[in-house]
Ligand binder design. Structure first.
Ligand code: NAP
Length: 326
């Protein structure tokens, strides 16, 4: 194996225009880690948050002055090419999928913790597989938190991005009647995924009070009391995403949701999704049949900077994937 590799790196927090292609040493897997040959890396709005260090709250976690790992890209499908010590659950040659919380996916090789890996079924393409860890994993956990089940009516607010398009599909697979908001240009895509589309420009007050068993809030930014008004007694609003202030991001809104839920029959829950290989394995099983990731565009590795800029612009429809190697 070569000692160096190509990787997209950033020298400091900032926009996608500051990310450049560079030669780096191939990383070495440590104890409990494997080295992956990366095939496909899907991008998330979370990559942009880390790339820009925005909100500032992310900086103590990812690096105070610059990202500790200069390579973005968290959702990876690849092949195990080397194992560190104490790794016996996977072998060299295994095709796997993983979330790398600190990044590293926009590179020819990446190190991953063996305990986080899920096996990729041969019938799921590397591009489809790479879309799953963060976006579909978050949607899955949001639906579990909202206890969405058969015959329930769920409203997904801001449904056209990565998390949203998976939330719509996964809620449908749970037997729910799925309603969703998006801009007019994405209506057809959301309807094709099975949603009844509600115009996102219409005021929430036009929707029926108590008309939903659950609301999954991804991007509307609507007032919390207005969101809570939409769910029936015993139902819940799950806060997944949305912008916040420059310093604390969504945290103040999450705290307000918790305060409003004290003693309330309609709860507002804030989701902090966590990587769980068993959820990823279940998603890969679904992707081998009934779950179809919506991929807006695949970029060649040489154009990964453009892919980051596209996600940074905030109008992704479904997922964006970078093909690192065939
Ligand atoms: N809680 C957690 O653990 C967790 C985990 C992952 C992600 N998140 C959060 O979830 C959110 C979605 O992430 P993502 O990666 O799926 O984002 P994404 O793919 O970048 O989302 C882009 C989409 O959002 C839509 N959108 C933007 N503003 C909107 C608005 N005001 N109303 C309706 N739709 C709007 C855009 O539609 P238009 O182009 O039509 O505007 C676009 O299709 C982010 O805020 C992210 O930080 C949270």
């Amino acid at each position: 194996m070569t000692a160096t590799m190509s990787a997209w790196v950033q020298d400091g927090y900032g926009p996608a225009s500051g990310v450049r292609l560079a030669e780096r040493a191939v990383p070495e897997p440590g104890q409990g880690e494997v080295l992956l040959r990366v095939h496909a890396t899907a991008l998330n709005s979370g990559d942009v948050r880390i790339m820009r260090g925005d909100p500032l709250l992310v900086r103590p976690v990812f690096g105070l002055r610059r990202p500790r790992n200069p390579v973005r890209g968290m959702d990876v499908a690849g092949t195990v090419v080397a194992r560190g010590s104490d790794v016996d659950i996977v072998r060299v040659g295994d095709d796997v999928v993983v979330e790398l919380p600190g990044g590293g996916g926009l590179a020819e090789y990446a190190v991953a913790p063996a305990a986080r890996l899920a096996a990729r079924p041969p019938s799921v393409s590397t591009s489809d597989a790479a879309t799953l860890p963060i976006a579909a994993g978050t949607a899955w956990q949001a639906l579990v938190a909202a206890e969405v089940g058969d015959g329930q009516r769920v409203l997904v607010l801001g449904a056209s991005g990565g998390v949203g398009t998976f939330a719509v599909q996964l809620a449908g697979l749970r037997g729910a009647d799925v309603h969703a908001t998006c801009s007019a240009r994405n209506r057809v895509s959301l309807e094709a995924l099975g949603a009844t589309v509600v115009d996102r420009e219409a005021p929430l007050t036009a929707l029926p009070a108590g008309g939903y068993d659950a609301v999954i809030e991804i991007a509307s930014g609507a007032p919390l009391r207005g969101l809570r008004r939409l769910v029936r007694d015993g139902g819940s609003v799950v806060l997944v995403g949305g912008d916040g202030g420059r310093v604390l991001g969504p945290v103040p809104r999450m705290l307000r949701g918790a305060l409003l839920s004290i003693g309330a029959r309609r709860r507002i829950r804030s989701l902090t999704a966590k990587t769980r290989p068993e959820i990823l394995t279940a998603l890969l099983d679904l992707a081998a049949g009934r779950l179809h990731p919506l991929i807006e565009r695949e970029y060649a590795f040489a154009d990964a900077g453009d892919a980051l800029a596209h996600v940074e612009a905030g109008h992704t429809v479904g997922k964006v994937v970078v093909r690192v190697a065939e």
